[in-house]
Write a protein that binds this ligand. Structure first.
Ligand SMILES: Nc1ncnc2c1ncn2[C@@H]1O[C@H](COP(=O)(O)OP(=O)(O)O)[C@@H](O)[C@H]1O
Ligand SMILES: [Mg+2]
Length: 446
């Protein structure tokens, strides 16, 4: 039973136990099932199955869930120090033939009519070494091929990299195994899963935060769940600003590095990856590119093409914010990264000093002022039965006039709205500033 007081990794806690709960890759899961049914009927199409795909997309999970669905015992080999020819001969071969001992020395019984599923995880790493000796990987590879040839039990090999798995002696594996490819998990399914986990854990997490995690994960559910858990630790509510804690945000130098990649790297795939790895929201990244584009692209044609892409990217960002369809981010990111990079064909040399976006500087400078306006708007809204925004737009200018010209009104409102010193100062100072501005404008017109 799960003990709530004990820390549990969410990946393990929410690892699907049955194939029907595995997210995505339906076709691959069906192939897995068909292969296992072949074994159950005693005439498997191939002895082994190779599950191939990126990390964190459900390969190990599916292998274990398959065994669970079919009531099979699992013999699992996944620590790299147990990959030698010696351990394969000692553990895998006897398992492949009949009853055996597992890695912990427990007796594993192939119960009547039931099979054992031999799972060799990270099988491509297994073959990557150079050793030739008794503990060498070459021996390990050969041992696997031999084990498969004699096996009377189903065997699953799991790998990220097809080439290193099949190279050399591994070529024989092609004949002995069927290949099942797993694809990265699509964004919507990831989002749905993260949302379900949040609900089960009683965490309120803003959807933008979940989308940011999904975008950053590149289809890797393990990393998405780990990010989610790390950001939720110690909190019941997570807002956008908390994504700073994920460590994939901000830091000027990191962003500068990212935009340098856009302007200078000819490999568009890498450019896109780099921009995604910034973990910044697209609406922020675009500001950095916008600010620095003219420092890099001086040819008017290139500049115009690049700004065209930025404008289109901005449209997608706007639409995603209005409709809450954060999957539109991917188009925004493609346009601002690959679109801008593709606008110039010339390699760029030399050093360019990038600038912090002026717009952000201005927003930062006026941050306190905007906060105060919001808080006055809120108080005023409550009094006038208006939303904060309507109060700010429709009531504040009028209110300010009265506040300035009518001392009694100002006193009464100060106490009724419980205005702070700073709020009062803002109301009055803004007026002063405006006065100055209008006088200045007047003198210019003269
Ligand atoms: N397709 C999936 N469906 C549901 N959860 C998944 C899926 N893929 C990964 N996960 C989550 O990520 C964790 C790691 O997945 P795993 O199957 O070990 O990945 P790998 O493909 O690297 O073997 C699982 O424990 C589970 O919580
Ligand atoms: Mg795995």
């Amino acid at each position: 039973m799960y003990d709530p007081k004990r820390w549990t990794n969410w990946c393990e806690k929410y690892r699907p136990q049955r194939l029907s709960d595995v997210v995505g890759n339906r076709k691959s899961v069906e192939e897995l099932k068909r292969w296992a049914e072949g074994w159950r009927e005693g005439k498997p199409s191939k002895k082994g199955l190779v599950l191939l795909g990126n990390p964190g997309i459900g390969k190990t999970t599916s292998a274990l869930a398959l065994a669970n669905d079919f009531g099979w015992t699992v013999v699992e080999l996944n620590a790299s120090d147990q990959r030698s020819a010696d351990s394969i001969n000692r553990i895998v071969k006897p398992s492949a033939l009949n009853e055996s001992f597992d890695l912990d020395g427990n007796f594993v019984l192939a119960r009547e009519g039931k099979r054992k599923l031999i799972v060799l995880d990270e099988a491509d790493n297994l073959y990557e070494g150079r050793g030739e000796g008794k503990l060498g990987d070459k021996g390990g590879k050969q041992a696997i091929v031999e084990a498969l040839k004699i096996s009377q039990q189903p065997m699953v090999l799991i790998a990220n990299n097809q080439r290193s798995l099949f190279k050399g002696v591994g070529n024989e594996l092609k004949k002995l195994c069927s290949l099942v490819k797993f694809l990265p998990i699509d964004r919507e399914s990831q989002f749905k899963l993260l949302k379900t986990v949040c609900a089960k854990e009683g965490k309120r997490v803003e959807p933008e935060v979940l989308w940011l995690i999904v975008e950053h994960s590149s289809g890797d559910l393990r990393s998405a769940l780990n990010d989610l858990q790390s950001i939720c630790t110690g909190k019941n509510e997570v807002r956008k600003t908390d994504t700073l804690a994920l460590g994939y945000r901000e830091r000027e130098t990191v962003i500068f590095e990212g935009i340098r990649e856009i302007f200078r790297n000819p490999d568009l795939r890498l450019v896109r990856k780099k921009v995604l790895s910034l973990g910044e929201e697209p609406k922020n990244i675009i500001l950095w590119i916008d600010e620095n584009l003219p420092y890099e692209y001086q040819n008017p044609d290139e500049l115009s093409k690049a700004y065209d892409c930025l404008a289109q990217s901005d449209l997608f960002i706007g639409r995603s914010l209005h409709t809450q369809q954060y999957k539109l981010w991917r188009y925004a990111i493609d346009l601002m990264s690959c679109g801008v990079a593709g606008a110039s064909k010339r390699p760029r040399m030399g050093y360019t000093r990038y600038q912090f976006p002026q717009w952000l500087i201005k927003m930062k400078r006026t941050q306190r002022e905007r906060q105060l306006k919001r808080s006055i708007g809120e108080k005023l809204g409550r009094l006038c039965h208006l939303s904060r925004l309507s109060a700010q737009i429709h009531q504040l200018p009028f209110f300010r006039q009265l506040f300035k010209n009518d001392k009694e009104f100002a006193q009464e409102m100060t106490s009724q709205l419980n205005l702070s010193r700073e709020e009062i100062k803002l109301l009055i100072e803004e007026e002063k500033e405006k006065k100055e501005r209008s006088l200045f404008d007047f003198s210019i017109k003269q």
